[in-house]
Ligand binder design. Structure first.
Ligand SMILES: [Zn+2]
Length: 135
């Protein structure tokens, strides 16, 4: 039995989860000053505008940092579990698990891309992979 909580979908983040389910990674952008932001939120941290739109990410980036999780273990994941923080080419960062990469070869600055995978409760979420793989 997994202890992973279910997603909390709000009017501020629903667009993001809807896009991910359709295989797109969208980034919220302030309509007033153009600042990109993630995670999604109601107001721009730069100018406090509530007006926003989205831009679609290239899903390419470089590994900023990562960790290998051994404990505690949850049946929803396989261990050891690599979790990375990626600097997307657009300039924002997201956190996701890393799949299909030998943990011994992980290094800061390596190129990765964002794919998608199904998680504990059937939700689709980003997953970091080597470039050129299947989405
Ligand atoms: Zn702004």
């Amino acid at each position: 039995m997994t202890a992973v909580p279910r997603l909390t979908i709000t009017q501020d983040n629903q667009f993001w989860f809807d896009a991910v389910r359709e295989g797109r990674l969208e980034i919220q952008q302030c309509s007033n000053c153009g600042t990109l932001r993630h995670p999604p939120g109601p107001a721009c941290p730069a100018c406090r505008s509530f007006e926003w739109k989205t831009v679609e990410s290239s899903r390419r980036g470089t590994l900023h940092s990562w960790t290998i999780i051994h404990h505690p273990q949850d049946p929803a994941f396989e261990y050891p579990l690599a979790v990375g923080l990626i600097d997307l080419d657009e300039g924002i960062r997201i956190v996701a698990d890393i799949a299909g990469v030998d943990h011994d070869t992980l290094e800061i600055g390596m190129e990765l891309e964002v794919g998608f995978s199904e998680h504990a409760h059937g939700e689709i979420l980003p997953q970091l992979r080597k470039p050129g793989g299947d989405a």
